[in-house]
Design a protein around this ligand. Sequence first.
Ligand code: HEC
Ligand code: HEC
Length: 422
Amino acid sequence: MKQLFDDAVAYLDANPDFETFDRLHFLKTYINPLYDYTYQLHRKLGVETVDDINTIAMPQNYHSTQLFTTQFFDAGVYANIDLKSPLTAKRKELGRLLFFDPILSTNNERSCASCHQPEKGFTDGLPKSLALNHQGTIQRNAPTVINSVYAQNYFYDNRAETLEKQTKHVIFHKQEFGTDFTEIMDKLNQSETYKKLFLEAYADMGKYAMTPLNVTNSLSVYLASLSSFNSPFDQYVRGEIADIDPAVKRGFNLFMGKAACGTCHFAPTFNGTVPPLYQESETEVLGIPTRSDTANLELDPDLGRWASGYPRDRAEFYQYSFKTVTVRNAAITAPYMHNGVYNTLEEVVDFYNRGGGAGMGLDLEYQTLPFDHLTLTKKEQADLVAFMKALTDNPFANDAPEALPTFEGNPAWNKRKIGGEY
Ligand code: HEC
Ligand code: HEC
């Protein structure tokens, strides 16, 4: 181990140049193994670990031996739910059914999966999601929910602190599910199967098993289970595959170096959850335009975090500020950004290369993205895209259930479509 430490230091000394420093080599050869060794040493010395002495649960799992694995985090801490219960598997199964069941919406035609379709990386492929009444769209683009649990706040404006609150927003929103818990519980109570499933999944709660709380809880347990760091890139860092396309390697080095993407999209989630404690989710002002062509540019009028509804966000520098979402699975989640303005990753990289909205001439006082141009060559831009594509990993593509619970009292509902009609 000492040898590896010395070698790592020697490698740093020998490679002082910011642009040519091979970050991926350093990560894979030195940092990742040293992370494990340091932990093993800690255990051998018998010194207590941070979670032995800390009474507040930490989002990071100290006992992980790798950086690029979901074990690096404790999803339950982020979701603020108990995932260690022996009933977790049953709750997840129930949550999965509810996620795909349009019975939750007022017209029985729309489920969570209508906008978060598993085969599209849990997005809907639209610039902005359709409104419930089929008239126009809702305000924003549907982000992926794979690995979305690893955040302190949810939604593009950070307005929900927990997944359970996030779910409630969907239920009450006039153009999403347009319903309330009275309607939902009235419906679910007409299904013997749902009653049984709630009683089993929340056996510890007796007659309170089937409650609004457990509708949102089981959905959150399901969301928390949609977590995977097993893309070709992760496998390469962990040494599970021998090699990876050189373009991906160059792309990662650019992402973390010259292109500065990693200053907002932090490893290993590649979202805005800030290391080293991973306790805060950042929002940023990029100056996202209304249209993708660069002529006659106009700033997208969505005020983002400033309009979250919280007085604490009513600061001018939060105008047009949006949550830094993950680039994991970006290859399958087009179109991009809160308004779906970009159709391809090439367009996204071009946007950054030009210094975002301000770099393209928009008058934006508080843009947090540096407005100077990145001067990336065509090849470098392609390398960045190759790297993002190597972060594709959707083991949940076939998660839709084969059948949904039946309603004895209301046979018409049994014709509802798994995943909803739209
Ligand atoms: C009409 C389409 C639609 C439906 C239905 C829908 N969502 Fe979403 N979802 C969105 C959009 C759009 C956003 C981003 C909204 C925003 O940021 O203001 C979002 C955001 C989220 C997020 C936050 C992701 C993050 O990284 O912050 C989660 C989690 C989520 N949805 C889960 C669900 C669940 C669970 C359901 C069902 C109860 C559901 N969604 C139903 C469109 C939808
Ligand atoms: C200043 C912080 C910041 C920097 C630097 C940054 N990003 Fe982002 N990125 C964000 C934010 C914030 C969003 C969401 C913006 C929105 O939707 O309005 C985002 C969104 C994205 C998306 C769209 C994801 C989706 O599903 O819609 C991609 C792809 C992306 N960034 C790639 C990159 C790349 C590549 C770089 C480097 C060239 C980069 N980012 C640099 C903050 C940043």
